[in-house]
Design a protein around this ligand. Structure first.
Ligand code: ADP
Ligand code: MG
Length: 346
């Protein structure tokens, strides 16, 4: 799979590798600036067009600082992050948390409820166990799997909005924001750019994009989709503005154990990585939703994706590419695209 990851690279290549075309297009590309920094275990990329008199570099610097601050809240690789400190509190303790942590937990819990737990940030004990198994090449033993399942599940997460506090009800609970943090951070970074006077901007965090106002003279940002990599044929393109777009898929981070290929997305029904070959792209108003929803729809079957998309309080467009055992690829789309959306089929 090379979903938006490749799409973003492709988008950037198109923009960088054709200076002649850019020049031919007059001043359309004038003022385009690009900034890249490593954050959250991936590269965050900002493309912006700053209006005259606005310092694009300072805006990008502030946006990256916001991402770094969010990483200190959400990371499960940093034992001192706010989330990991919360997980070390005794089970059942009422713990006041930051607005950012409470906001991500609320969005994540809402999606967990809506998806029947297909997307669930409290699967941390299972995702941690699964990470270990992917490294060791050995499937989890039944006792460890049962213990991890026992300490997982959003039913054991309690949020008190009035007091902005959290209660983790089970011993050994662990939060994993890997399926939502990059989208949330991309949205937050885009908001910082706007606060600095830069509305025409894009923030790309691997497979999660937050798109602001379009480049000057354009209807939107062109995003190319290659659900199963360049070998799956010419990419289809989406032209989007003021939207989030995410792709979740499995081939880049999959592992083969006992002849079976598993993804890094954990199926709560089995506690193991997914074995379906799916690449899911989601377009909605914000990347926080598209990030989590793409992960959820990777787990769910067609009927449950349809029900989930219909029940959401805001429009979302879900495109599922599934590779069948015979090698053929089936594509099914669900839901309504947001307003500023055009697409060209492959
Ligand atoms: P990527 O990290 O490739 O962008 P996703 O957005 O789909 O892909 O997030 C996958 C990550 O989310 C995993 O690496 C893990 O940390 C976490 N995760 C795995 N399964 C689930 C799940 N069912 N619900 C919520 N988070 C999950
Ligand atoms: Mg995701």
């Amino acid at each position: 799979m090379v979903p938006l990851r490749a799409a973003v690279r492709l988008l950037m290549l198109l923009a960088c590798a054709a200076p002649g075309l850019q020049a031919a297009a007059g001043d359309v590309e004038e003022g385009r600036r690009e900034f890249v920094e490593p954050h959250m275990g991936t590269l965050f990329r900002i493309v912006l067009y700053a209006p005259p008199g606005v310092d694009g570099s300072a805006a990008a610097k502030a946006a990256f600082a916001r991402v770094e601050a969010l990483n200190r809240v959400l990371s499960d690789y940093d034992p001192e992050s706010e989330a990991m400190r919360l997980c070390r509190e005794p089970a059942g303790a009422t713990v006041p948390v930051s607005t950012d942590l409470f906001s991500v937990l609320t969005r994540a819990r809402n999606l967990a409820v809506a998806s029947g737990g297909a997307f669930d940030v409290t699967l941390g004990p299972l995702t941690l166990l699964w990470r270990t198994c992917r490294r060791s090449g050995v499937l989890p033993d039944p006792v460890s799997l049962a213990a991890a399942r026992d300490a997982s599940g959003f039913a054991h997460l309690q949020l008190d909005e009035a007091r902005r506090s959290v209660r983790l009800q089970r011993t050994g609970m662990r939060l994993d924001f890997g399926g939502i943090a990059k989208g949330f951070a991309a949205d937050a970074a885009l908001a910082v750019l706007a606060q600095h006077g830069v509305a025409r901007a894009l923030v790309a965090a691997s497979g999660d994009l937050a798109l602001g106002e379009p480049p000057p003279g354009k209807e939107g940002w062109t995003v190319a989709l290659e659900p199963f990599g360049p070998t799956s044929g010419p990419p289809s393109t989406l032209v989007l503005a003021n939207a989030g777009v995410s792709t979740s898929g499995d081939t880049e981070q999959s592992v083969t154990l006992g002849g079976v290929q598993y993804s890094h997305i954990v199926d709560p029904a089995t506690g193991l990585g997914l074995t379906r070959r799916v690449a899911v792209t989601v377009v909605a108003r914000q990347a926080t939703l598209t990030d989590g929803l793409a992960t959820a729809c990777s787990v769910l079957d067609a009927a449950r994706i349809r029900a989930l998309v219909e029940a959401l309080p805001e429009p979302a467009h879900v495109i599922v590419h599934e590779r069948r055992p015979d090698g053929s690829v089936q594509c099914i789309a669900y839901g309504r695209p947001p307003a500023s959306f055009t697409s060209s089929p492959p």
